[in-house]
Design a binder for this molecule. Structure first.
Ligand code: NIG
Ligand code: FE
Length: 415
């Protein structure tokens, strides 16, 4: 925590995202709560005051504060990247080249590439080595404006290596001033040694990984990849039900490659259903009436060279709460950049810049259960702030392939 209060003044635009309603749905996603000539005062890691420069400067604490002039800058809540897989060792360059030469994601996986090819690196690494890799990605994310992230295990796929991956997340979290929410993704795919007997692997996830994760408080969420070539709806339901029985919350990778019925998954009240490329129209009203967020991950579509992108318009226009995240991982989305995700969401999914910013801040915070402390710039919330070199918030999604994030504050600390 900083000793002196910090005062940011004269921002071209300060995006408060305001308080209510959370999550934002439909036209509510357009209101960013923009303050021109905006200012923000923070102290002890918390936001003390937000308003115009005139208003905030009148606060008693302002006189003692260290002051930053933010002319020509847009200030907004730090991005909440609510879906990432940072616990891996090596990039997947062979798969990358194979795909360029025409191979598909599932074809590569069947040939021993894909998720399974990241297992060895994680199993052989120490917890410290893994933590160093996670930390590297956290620093990169902060450089692009992210101050909170969800981090999944999922490349160890044995009891020991999944627990080690979660410990690496926790070790990295202790060395980063931002906020990390951990997720057990033991049910990512069936590892090769259980190929002939996937049910026994599901037993391992349910009887050992989930209980051990819960007992040692290593994760808040349990995720499962419910997909052809990964886990069936019945296996996924078993994983989710076990998670709930152990007091853990849930989220699901679903509809990435094929359609799946969402009703049976919604029974577990997952915090989010992620990817959703193949969501069926018939499932949309049920989703819109639930508290579950659809987390869209278009950087994966971009990197896989797909023509099709997640159906943001269909979801938003029908009242589904939508978040955007990077899906940072070595197979389908090797990027830590939320601004890149905003760009793709606007150009390929026809989200407006305001919708994209809402999806990447307050709705992402809601998808992690952190709407009380993250995702908007209001009095009392954590001082998680991203400062971009821009006059207008639309520039955040407009410039791409360059980094215009000038600085972040993570719980009041300079990143
Ligand atoms: O979200 N779909 C499953 N998991 C990741 C891909 C992981 C990988 O290929 O390593 C995803 O796209
Ligand atoms: Fe993912």
């Amino acid at each position: 925590m900083s000793d002196r209060p910090i005062l940011l003044i004269h921002a071209s635009q300060l995006l408060t995202l305001r308080e209510e309603p959370v999550p934002r749905r439909g036209s509510e996603m357009h209101d960013l709560g923009v303050i021109n000539d905006g200012a923000l005062l923070m102290s002890d890691g918390k936001i003390v005051s937000v308003g115009t420069t005139d208003e905030v400067s009148r606060n008693d604490l302002a006189a003692k504060a260290e002051e930053f002039d933010c002319r020509g800058k847009v200030l907004l809540p730090g991005f909440v990247d609510s879906h990432t897989h940072p616990v891996f060792i090596a990039p997947r360059l062979v798969d990358f080249e194979k795909r360029i030469a025409g191979a598909g994601y599932e074809e590569i996986a069947e040939a021993g590439g894909g998720i399974r090819s990241s297992i060895r690196g994680v199993r052989e690494a120490s917890v410290e080595e893994l933590a160093e890799h996670v930390l590297q990605s956290l620093r990169e994310m902060a450089a692009y404006g992210t101050t909170t992230m969800e981090a999944k295990s999922g490349y160890g796929l044995s009891l020991e290596s999944e627990i080690k991956s979660l410990k690496a997340i926790s070790l990295a979290a202790q060395q980063w001033p931002g906020t990390i929410v951990a997720t057990l993704l033991g049910a990512h795919v069936v590892p090769p040694e259980y190929r002939e007997d996937p049910e026994t692997y599901v037993d391992l996830v349910c009887e050992q990984m989930i209980p051990s994760t819960a007992e040692h408080r290593l994760a808040t969420y349990v995720d499962v990849f419910c997909e052809r070539g990964a886990f069936t709806p019945a296996q996924s339901a078993r994983v989710l039900s076990t998670a709930v029985d152990h007091g853990l919350k849930t989220r699901v990778h679903v509809c990435q490659l094929t359609a799946a019925e969402l009703g049976p998954l919604l029974r577990f009240h997952p915090a989010s259903l992620d990817h959703m490329d193949f969501v069926d129209d018939a499932d949309i009203p049920g989703l819109a009436n639930s508290d579950t967020v659809a987390t869209l991950l278009p950087a994966a579509n971009y990197f896989l060279g797909l023509d099709k992108f997640p159906p943001a318009r269909r979801l938003i226009d029908n009242g589904v709460a939508v978040a955007l995240a990077t899906d940072y991982n070595p197979g389908t989305s090797p990027t830590t950049s939320m601004p890149f995700v905003l760009s793709v969401a606007c150009t390929h999914m026809k989200m407006s810049p305001a919708e994209a910013i809402t999806a990447a801040t307050i709705n992402g915070a809601y998808a992690l259960g952190l709407q009380g402390s993250k995702g908007s710039l209001v009095h009392g919330k954590d001082a998680d702030i991203a400062i971009f070199t821009a006059e207008d918030y639309r520039e955040l999604a407009y410039w791409f392939g360059v980094n215009r994030c000038e600085r972040v504050f993570l719980r009041g600390l300079r990143g």
